[in-house]
Design a protein around this ligand. Structure first.
Ligand code: PRP
Ligand code: URA
Length: 205
């Protein structure tokens, strides 16, 4: 289930993220902005409940979020850049970490770290800016499922058709929110037009 963000501000931010002249400090700000927009879109289905309050003028019944424990899980390292907006929107989230790194020659991701809070009964927001072959995302989804996570949403910034298809093949009903669906992968399994190596651009490496 793919959802592509459709908002003029998202288009603006993505274009500046893609621009190769954008420096890491600005890149980090843009990453925050696009992740905030994605987080809002991806949490549209969070449950709410009625709450009685009094405005300065009269009593009324409003709606508030039902206490539902959320877990945000960034795929290290680039996914770290997407965590802060979720912490700002949902101060009570727990954060888990999955460390995966693609091999430069094969583009196959190797796992090097995993620390997750309890996941059963909680909505897991898996965040990683780039969905290229889909290998990293599928590995991370398997880890989350193995640790009891059943309600999983994947949030990415740029996706390839190949990556979206790989996640859908593995998990057809899993919601994927992305800010851009790009054209294709190149021979080195980078997304075209893409924005290059997200982690390198985020951290100036
Ligand atoms: C990037 C990106 C994803 C992965 C996507 O991470 O952040 O995790 O590649 O590629 P895939 O869909 O083909 O698996 P990378 O392995 O470069 O590590 P980094 O975040 O440490 O830079
Ligand atoms: N990882 C990135 O950072 N960029 C790509 O285009 C593909 C994988």
């Amino acid at each position: 289930m793919l959802h592509v963000l459709d908002h003029p501000l998202a288009a603006h931010v993505i274009t500046h993220l893609r621009d190769k002249t954008t420096k890491p400090a600005t890149f980090r700000t843009l990453c925050y902005q696009i992740s905030l927009l994605l987080a809002i879109e991806a949490t549209r289905t969070l449950p709410t409940e009625e709450k009685s309050i009094e405005t300065p003028l009269e009593p009324m019944t409003g709606r508030v979020l039902t206490a539902q424990p959320l877990v945000v899980v960034p795929i290290l390292r680039a996914g770290l850049g997407m965590v802060q907006p979720l912490l700002d929107l949902f101060p009570d989230v727990s954060v888990g970490y999955i460390g995966l790194e693609r091999d430069h020659a094969t583009a196959v991701a190797r796992s090097y770290y995993c620390k997750l809070p309890p996941l059963a009964g909680r909505r897991v927001l898996l965040v990683d800016p780039m969905l290229a072959t889909g290998g990293s995302a599928v590995q991370a989804i398997e880890v989350v499922r193995a640790q009891g996570g059943t309600d999983i949403t994947l949030i990415t910034i740029v996706s390839s058709p190949e990556g979206v298809a790989e996640v859908a093949r593995h998990d057809p009903r899993l919601p994927v929110f992305t800010a851009a669906l790009d054209r294709e992968l190149n021979a080195k399994r980078y997304i075209l037009p893409g924005l290059g190596d997200f982690g390198d651009r985020l951290y100036g490496t």
